[in-house]
Design a protein around this ligand. Structure first.
Ligand code: IVH
Length: 671
């Protein structure tokens, strides 16, 4: 074959394979068997191997780039990526409709779409080619994740449109891929992802695109940003246009000409939702006509022409058989309900959190009770309430222990905390949890050191302190159950490699109270070495924007302890890096969605207690106040939020629900 023939053949195969991929991944309707696709793909690979100079970026063989990146570059969204106001019930939807009608008159059509529970993304095409994919970030500045997005097979690398266009949508992980991924991770003793959304986010944040490629991600497009395509008059025309260009648009969107129809659509999907192959967390309602959208305009952060109806979390009924007590890293005793296994939201639930003793007393849970459990996107669901009608009188009271289930020392309650705590610094359960935290993904990130192995190492007295990890030998490791030569070797390499980690990982891993991954990074960037941080005064610490007084006090207290000083010394002797080697502050300023913001909490909270939510927000630089005014930036509304919610709507203030809060907090933790 000469180069001329090769060029033609490559063109022909590229076109054919692109068509097959479109049919398979976008339309879900392949026209040829998989073997035929594989055959053509191999043919193309072979020709490209002989004529590497003919390989183009949009060749189907080039979805996965070869060189991993060092960091993600920041990109600017010329048209900001906004978020939506939330509605939680019919009333909220009707008041949205009233406001729309007031502004643009009765003649309104709404487009209802599924609210995909994934990650907002932006894709830019120029001259028919996919040139840039980015995360939303803070709405104005996102991260360039082009290489990872390219690996999503339903994303077209080329389109017919030649003008520069930006389409926006949601990248997500289908439930089946999520379950499979977590099964694999469990087998490999890696930490599990809490839900498909986190798994998708984690996959797209990988610097090595081969990882994203292996994760079976998918996407749906539902909007646009920059636009040099044809001028269209409605949102639905945009959806159709995107579909024609080969983009994957969710097929379940519907035009509704009355609010009643909208409400019907919402209630239809509230029941149908478990039958989808991917998670949705609500319905998005958009005014169809773009001229009307323009007339309605925006508040500071949200369009006035759209609203998201959030679904309540999925619930199920089951029996509370037993209560298991566990001791956390900080000594907090957490009761976990052991339940009759029940299917919720596509997975079997047999454990659920009971938070603390007060929670058990308040709800009067007893062993043998029929209870309602709820899954709100976490691995561990919550027990919500008792079904009183099912009481037989046989139920047994739950007794909280007076002594630590692990070390038998007396439990205490500190100040106004609701939690019971074991304050024995040598409590084995706490030490093990501390070690598990130290090696975890966001801390020292030691691959192959799962919970089971840590427990074994601890029980065999091979590892008692973080430093002991760095003294382990091949001989010691192979003695462990289920540990072969090869895994022992890999583990030692991983431990060795972790010595090079930049300081923030060590700081986070040390488990300083109130210092999460984000705060650890801020401290590491600011002080650059552990030595400098150890010398920092309270004033030095609180002078940093994002560091509050609780954090500062905790850092001071931590480094004043003899044991800590000895440990840091020990780690240093063993060759663990103690300086910051990450990107420079100027390019990597961490944004907190709460910094400098005024936030109001209202309604019944389920995921966090009020004081917890308040503390978390304050740690991230936000202030929490009691009443809604023009100065309020975000209202976080729990269930049955009343007048404060209405006022926020009236003033056009961004309204979040608790899952938005949790998602925002998790995103920061994951950074
Ligand atoms: S429209 C300006 N449509 O929900 C309007 N968003 O706060 C932009 N989402 O950040 C959003 N499915 O990540 C829209 N069909 C859909 C959606 C959707 C999921 C996400 C998106 C956005 C958030 C809304």
């Amino acid at each position: 074959m000469d180069i001329q023939e090769a060029r033609l053949k490559i063109e022909e195969l590229t076109e054919l394979l692109t068509k097959y991929e479109y049919e398979y991944y976008v339309l879900d309707n392949p026209s040829v068997p998989d073997a035929e696709y594989d055959k053509k793909m191999n043919e193309l690979k072979e020709i490209e191997a002989n004529f590497p100079e003919l390989i183009t970026a949009d060749s189907p063989t080039q979805r996965v780039g070869v060189t991993p990146r060092e960091t993600f570059t920041k990109v600017e969204h010329l048209v900001p990526m906004l978020s939506l106001d939330n509605a939680f019930n019919e009333d909220n939807l009707r008041s949205f409709h009233r406001r729309v009608v007031q502004q643009v008159g009765e003649d309104v059509t709404y487009i209802c779409e599924l609210k995909i529970d994934g990650l907002a993304i932006s894709l830019i095409y120029e001259d028919g080619k996919f040139v840039r994919g980015a995360t939303r970030g803070d709405g104005t500045i996102g991260e360039d994740i082009t290489l990872n997005l390219r690996t999503i097979r339903s994303l077209p690398l080329t389109i017919k449109e030649r003008g520069r266009i930006e389409v926006r949508g949601e990248a997500f992980m289908p439930q089946a891929s999520f379950l499979k991924l977590n099964e694999q991770r469990k087998a490999d003793e890696q930490s599990l992802f809490a839900n498909p959304r986190n798994a998708a986010a984690g996959s797209l944040r990988q610097l090595d695109p081969r990882i994203a490629a292996s994760r079976n991600l998918d996407l749906f497009l539902y909007g646009y940003g920059e636009w040099q395509g044809p001028e269209l008059a409605t949102h639905s025309e945009h959806l159709t246009y995107m579909q024609e260009q080969g983009f994957k648009v969710n097929p379940h969107w519907k035009a509704c000409s009355t609010i009643e129809e909208v409400i019907d659509y919402v209630s239809y999907w509230t029941t149908e939702r478990p039958n989808l192959a991917y998670d949705i967390d609500g319905i998005v309602i958009k005014v169809d006509n773009l001229a009307q959208q323009e007339a309605l305009g925006f508040t500071a952060r949200n369009p006035r022409w759209a609203i998201a109806h959030k679904f309540p979390a999925q619930e199920a009924i089951t029996i509370l058989h037993d209560v298991e007590l566990s001791v956390g890293r900080t000594g907090v005793i957490t009761p976990t309900a052991i339940l009759e296994p029940v299917l919720v939201d596509g997975s079997t639930v047999q454990r659920a959190t009971l938070h603390n003793e007060d929670f058990i007393r308040e709800h009067d849970f007893r062993l043998g009770d029929t209870v309602v459990i709820q899954k709100a996107g976490d691995i561990i669901p919550k027990v919500m309430r008792v079904v009183e009608e099912k009481r037989t009188g046989e139920e047994q009271e739950i007794h909280m222990p007076t002594h630590c289930p692990a070390c038998d020392s007396e439990l205490v309650r500190i100040d106004d905390e609701v939690a019971l705590r074991c304050i024995n610094p040598n409590c084995p359960a706490q030490l093990v949890e501390g070690l598990i935290h130290f090696v975890s993904r966001n801390a020292m990130n030691i691959d192959g050191l799962g919970e089971k192995v840590v427990e074994q190492l601890f029980n065999e007295s091979l590892v008692k302190t973080f430093a002991d990890l760095y003294r382990l030998t091949q001989e010691q490791l192979v003695e462990l159950e289920r540990m072969g030569e090869k895994s022992a070797n890999n583990l030692l390499n991983a431990i060795q490699a972790s010595k090079q980690n930049s300081l923030e990982r060590l700081l986070f891993g040390l488990g300083i109270r109130h210092i999460g991954a984000k705060a650890a990074r801020i401290l590491a960037m600011r002080f650059e070495s552990i030595e400098a941080l150890q010398k920092a005064t309270y004033e030095d610490l609180v002078s940093i924007d994002e560091i509050g007084d609780k954090m500062a006090e905790s850092v001071i207290q931590f480094f004043a302890e003899e044991k800590v000083i000895a440990l840091v010394d020990d780690l240093q002797q063993l060759g663990v890096n103690m300086v910051y080697t990450g990107p420079k502050q100027a390019t990597e300023k961490i944004e907190s969605p709460f910094a400098g913001k005024t936030i109001v909490l209202t309604g019944k909270m389920e995921i966090y207690t009020r004081p917890e939510a308040k503390q978390l927000i304050e740690e991230l630089g936000g202030s929490v106040t009691g009443s809604v005014s023009k100065k309020t930036d975000i209202v976080i509304a729990g269930e049955a939020a009343g007048s404060k919610y209405d006022k926020a709507v009236q003033l056009g203030i961004t309204i979040w629900d608790e899952t938005d809060l949790r998602n925002a907090l998790e995103e920061i933790e994951n950074e």
